[in-house]
Structures are given as C-alpha cells and as structure tokens.
Design a protein around this ligand. Structure first.
Ligand code: ADP
Ligand code: MG
Length: 694
C-alpha cells in the first residue's frame, strides 16, 4: 500500500489551481493524470526577466522588465489594426501594442498617468521600441510578486504556459519532506540536495545551465528514477531466483550424439554460453538468462543443447518463436538433429488443429514429447506439459514481458528461462529492460563467414541493377529483394512487393517468388521452402523475412528504399546473407534526396557489420524509446533520465541496486524503508509485493 505521505503527490492534477476540467485532459495527455506527473514534467527552457533597462537602453528582441508611466491610449481606427498605448520614462517613449484588444480592460489595467511595470519582449519598429502584448502588467507595489525567472515547459496545443506554470508553481511549496533514500556520501560527492529541494530547484531554474540534464537537481531526480528502475528489477530477480528451481544436470548422452551429428564444431562463444547456461540449470534456483547474439551467431544450436540437457535429466523443454515461419524453420532445422539423438520433437502453432493438435497435447501431457517448438500457441490454456523444465524464448523483443512470464507459468514457477535475442541491445538498454536477467553473449561468428560487401545506390539505377542480376544468378547466387514498409499497413506493403514481383517475373520468369505478410501462412511456408531448396532464385519479400530466416545459399540482398528502414532493421535484413561460404553482397537502394538521418544510417551500414556498434548508433540516432518500440519490448520509458547522456548514472544505479539487494533484500534497514518510498514514488509498487513484508 502506498504510504500516506505520498497521497498528495498522487492526487489528480485537476486539484491544482489553474487546471480546470477543460485543461485536465490536455495535462493528462502531456504529462499524466497525477500531481507527481507534473513534477516530473521538467522545464525545457527559461524566460529571464531580470534585465530592467530604461526605455533608451532597451535592445531589440530582448525580454525586459520596465517601469513606465502610462500615456495616451490610441484605439484603432479599423478593427484589424492594433490598439496602442503610449508609455514613457525619463529616457524616452515606447508603445504597447494590443491586437483584438478590449478597451475597457486596457483602461482598467493601464489608466493614463499611472506607474506600471511591464515585462515582455521589446521590438523595434521603424526605429522605435515597442512591446506587443506584455506578458505581465503590474503596479510598482506588485513588483515582488512578478516572476523574474519563469520556467518554460513543453506544451501541447491548447494548454497555455501560464496555466501549467501556475499549477506546478502551486504544487511546489507543499511538497512533502520524504525520507532520504540515497546514500549520504553519494549525495555529497555529487553535490546533490534532498528530494524536495531538488524538485523545487528543477522547476525554478536560475540560468540556462540549470536546464541541462547534468544540472544537480535534475541529475539527482534522474538518479532517483534510475535507481527505482534498477532496484525494482533487482528485487524481482532476487525473488525469482530464490524460487526453488530444479537442479538439472543431464548426463550428456544426447548432447554428445547431437554434437557428433553437427557438421561443425561449436565456437568458443557458443561453448562458453552453453556452459553458463548449464551451470545455471544445475544450480538449485531458477535460471533467468538472456542469450544475446547477432544474426547468424548460432543461437539455435546453443538452445538445442540446453534443451537436451533438460531432456537427459528426464524433463521437457519448449521453444517459442515469434512467427509461424520461424517456428517451422526451427522445427525443420532441429528435426534431423533430434532424430539423430532419438529425441521426440513436435511442433505446435495456430495451424495445428483438431485431431493432430489433440494428439500433440496428449503426448505433451503424458511426457512422450521431449521438445515442443511453437508460436505463442504454446501458452494457450489447454496446453499442459508433463514436466517442463526449460522454456526458450526466441527473438524476445517481439514478445512482451507478459508473454514471457505466461510461458514460464506452464512449467511452474521454477521453470528455467532462456531468452534469445538477435537484436544486439546496447548495454544501457539491456540494463533497463533485462536488469533482471543474466546475460550470455555470442560475440563471435561461426568461422568461414565472409564480410558482406555493402553498397549504396540511388533508386534511379534500379534498371542497371536488374540488368546485372543474370551475372549473379549465373554464379549460382540466390537473391533476396526486399520492398519497404510503405506504411504501417500490410496491405500497402504487399502491393509494393507485388508490383516489383511482377516486374522481376516479367524479366526472369518463374525463378522469381514472392512472400509478404498478407499471404496465408501455409503459402508463405511453401514459398520459403522453394527458396531454401533453390527452386526460387529471386525472392521478393516484405520484412516478413527480417527475423531469423536462414537460407545459407542466398548471397545477395537488395533493399529497396533503404532510407525508410531503421538501422536495426537494415542490419537484420543484411544478416540474411553472408551465412554460407559464398561471397555475399548487400545493395541499399535509396531515394534521393537523402535525409540526414537516413544518410547517417546508410553510412554506418557501409562501415560496420558489428551488431553491437550498429545498435549503439541506432540508439544515438533514434533515442532509446524508439529503438525497439517501447511498448512491444516492455522497455521502460524514463520520465526524467536520459539514457543517452546519463549512461554513467545508470551504471551507478545498477551497482547501487545490486548492493542494496544483496545487503538488505527485504528493504528493512532505515535506508531500505526509505527506498520503499522511492519505489512507490516511481510506481514500482509491483516490486514491493516481492518483499516478504511488502
Ligand atoms: P541465429 O543466431 O541468427 O539464430 P542460427 O542459429 O540460425 O543463427 O545459425 C546461423 C547458421 O550458422 C546456421 O546455418 C547454423 O547451422 C550455423 N552455425 C551455427 N553454429 C555454427 C558453428 N559453430 N560453426 C559453423 N556454423 C554454425
Ligand atoms: Mg535465430
């Protein structure tokens, strides 16, 4: 339960002055529905009204606060002309300009002969100073109340800055004094103040430097946010790990058979990852491990050997892929190896229905199936395992965290989990999204891979490229031809691909195939199978081939409108070639003129094939939220922290959280109790439920 001290912060934003029913919705969309959401909505700039020039000293374009005597009012002769009010001081004259003015209002606020303080932007018109719609007009006695420094906030259409300022300003004085959850020495070393003072200072910038992310108050709040994130993940992880898992240690007999059947030896990275996985499985707690490996790094065989470890020990294993094509491909590539080892493998997707499905479910429940490969059909309610010990989730970023947990529930809370991702997630994001997992890395490609020759060409040379294809075909090359994501619509994509398909087919005949997201799964599979068998030489495709598809004999990748793809996507696509022993190439066809970001992306693609570097660059070009699609990936979106500029803070928060979980796993010490408040403050209530006395 949320501590009472936080109640005022979680009150609806509409309880603040300045936010009525009309603005409430805008504020909610902009920042969030609660007072605390507004506190996290930090200024993006500042208006400095401290300059107090005389009229003769005023400079064009500057914000100034000036004391003046009101002179003549000059109402407009025509409605569209402005209302003018002459003002003066001992050094000169100026005009105040009002469009669509209400004369009675101006007569009241600017009575002739009165002293007034006006603040706003001075502009020179035909050599004379004027101020259009001053931001503030007050009497000299009200000067003290005039905000000389005003924070500027990111806004949304229809929400006036003044209303937002007023609401936030009014929330600041009554902020509760929260118990300090940060370490004293750490605060001191950074020169950070307590939470309340930091929030206040963050909203009361005194100079442009105070708007920067490294300004002390902002850095402190960012660190609070990162620590809440890391601590929550750390607590969940500690709890999951403590779940008594099974100790699984097979005798190696099946693994030996499969390794003998493999046409290659494991790379060092594969062997290392496998032994890390085996050590986790053997330990009496549950495994939560991420297997990170660039496209083509050979994750599948690592997963298979891990699953065989479970089977040797008398248990079952499951592997979940994000698409039908991938599930079938995994099944097809595992089948001969499983057969060689005498292991019973089955496939379950949405397409298995009726009697065959019943049979699979029966065999799964009585334990005669050892390894089940499938799509998310695996977590339907009627799917029951006999003794599931290991769940492997492939291409994790396509699944939400929720689904990940659902599958593990099939085997009870102790089921070991191995998540595989081909998207090389930068370290920063791994920490925030998977801080709860251990990581094994396949940072070495299988031997014999040749670099992919990557070139960029303008689209208007398409005919030349088509004319060059016969040469590649004569060499025995197979070609992927990828058409872009035109819109977020399968239908439109399919149309573009269909058109290119017709075009290429008219040139090359029936060695051209087509696969896109609108086709029936069974038809897609048939096309992929014909491509894999070499009957189809040129495969026109949309991004359905992006993830995981493996046809080693394909050596040419053409990507049309490469400028429309993200870096990660381009990298994934290029990863489809360069898998066999032949020399591979990738042609990026782009539409001119090329935008700055697109140009940077293409440049990076030409410079490197290192997925981790590409992911870092992608993060830099796109920002963290967009990288994987925040919602899909279950990545947290930070309100205050900026992962790009505050990586060091994240690393520190990670270490800090780790130490807290080690020393005070139930958050019972004085700092621990304060940290509970921090978790509630950042709405990580879920993590608190993992505490014994939560
Ligand atoms: P990914 O990590 O992208 O899922 P895969 O598991 O599909 O990669 O492997 C890509 C290709 O590399 C497959 O054809 C696989 O048989 C092959 N492969 C895997 N490990 C090795 C190895 N140690 N030596 C040679 N080839 C390997
Ligand atoms: Mg794979």
């Amino acid at each position: 339960m949320r501590p009472e001290i936080l109640f005022p912060l979680f009150a609806p934003a509409r309880t603040l002055p300045g936010i009525g029913p009309r603005l409430e919705k805008l504020v909610e969309r902009l920042a969030g529905p609660k007072v605390v959401d507004l506190l996290w909505h930090l200024p993006s700039g500042l208006i400095d009204r401290r300059r107090r020039p005389k009229i003769a000293e005023a400079r064009d374009g500057e914000i100034a606060t000036m004391e003046v005597t009101v002179g003549l009012h000059i109402p407009p002769r025509l409605k569209r002309l402005p209302y003018r009010v002459h003002v003066s001081d001992e050094t000169g004259e100026m005009q105040l300009i009002f469009f669509n003015a209400r004369a009675d209002y101006l007569a009241k606020t600017l009575p002739e002969g009165a002293q007034r303080i006006v603040s706003g932007r001075v502009e020179f018109y035909q050599g004379a100073p004027q101020m259009t719609h001053p931001d503030h007009i007050v009497g000299p006695e009200e000067l003290a109340a005039l905000p000389l420094l005003e924070p500027i906030y990111p806004l949304t259409a229809g929400l006036p800055l003044k209303s937002l300022q007023k609401a936030i300003r009014s929330a600041l004085p009554s902020l509760p004094d929260l118990p300090e959850w940060q370490n004293g020495p750490w605060l001191k070393a950074n020169g950070w103040a307590g939470w309340r003072v930091s929030v206040q200072s963050a909203h009361e910038p005194q100079s442009a430097a105070d708007i920067a992310p490294d300004a002390a108050p902002r850095a402190r709040l960012a660190y609070d946010e990162l620590l809440a994130n890391q601590l929550a993940l750390g607590l969940v992880r500690a709890r999951m790990k403590k779940r008594p898992g099974r100790s699984i240690a097979g005798d190696g007999r099946l693994r030996r058979k499969v390794e003998e059947a493999l046409p290659f030896a494991l790379t060092d990275a594969q062997a290392r990852s496998l032994s890390e996985i085996e050590a986790d499985m053997k330990a009496p707690h549950r495994m939560l491990r991420l297997l990170q490996g660039d496209v083509g790094s050979g994750k599948t065989v690592v997963a298979l050997l891990a699953m065989l470890n479970a089977v040797e020990a008398g248990f079952q294993a499951a592997m979940m892929a994000p698409t039908e094509i991938l599930a079938r491909q995994h099944h097809a590539s595992l089948a001969p190896l499983c057969e060689a080892a005498g292991v019973k493998l089955a496939l379950l997707t949405g397409r298995e229905k009726g009697k065959p499905r019943e049979e699979i479910l029966g065999a799964l429940a009585d334990g005669s199936i050892d390894i089940l490969v499938g799509t998310h059909a695996l977590f339907q309610e009627d799917v029951a395992f006999n003794a599931l010990a290991l769940a492997v989730v492939d291409e994790q970023h396509r699944f939400g965290v929720h689904q990940r947990l659902l599958l593990t529930s099939k085997g009870g809370p102790g089921t070991d989990v191995l998540v595989m991702t081909a998207t090389p997630i930068p370290r920063t994001l791994t920490l925030t999204a998977y801080g709860d997992m251990d990581v094994s890395k396949l940072d070495e490609k299988p031997p014999g891979r040749k670099p992919v020759d990557t070139r960029a060409l303008p689209l208007d040379r398409l005919d030349e490229i088509v004319a060059g294809l016969p040469r590649a075909l004569a060499r025995g090359a197979q070609i992927y031809w990828v058409c872009p994501l035109v819109e977020e619509s399968d239908e439109v994509d399919a149309a573009a691909a269909e058109e290119r398909y017709k075009h290429l087919r008219s040139v090359f005949g029936d060695i051209v195939g087509l696969v896109h997201g609108r086709m029936k799964p069974i038809d897609k599979d048939a096309v992929m199978a014909r491509f894999a068998a070499g009957e189809i030489k040129v495969l026109v495709a949309t991004t359905v081939i992006e993830v995981g598809v493996n046809v080693p004999s394909a050596t040419v990748m053409v990507i049309e409108h490469a400028e429309r793809f993200g870096l990660a996507q381009l990298h994934q696509l290029r990863g489809r070639v360069g898998r066999g022993t032949g020399k591979s190439s990738c042609l990026l066809l782009y539409q001119t003129p090329l935008g700055e970001t697109a140009e940077a992306r293409i440049k990076i693609m030409r410079e490197t094939e290192d997925g981790f570097r590409i992911a870092e660059e992608d993060l830099r070009l796109r920002g963290a939220g967009e990288l994987l699609g925040t919602r899909q990936s279950g990545l947290p979106a930070f309100r205050i922290a900026d992962l790009e500029t505050q990586k060091e803070l994240l690393a520190a928060a990670h270490d800090d959280a780790r130490m807290i979980v080690e020393r005070d796993p139930e958050l019972e010490s004085e700092r621990g109790r304060a940290l509970r408040t921090l978790l509630y403050l950042f709405e990580r209530d879920e993590a608190i439920r993992y505490l014994r006395s939560g």
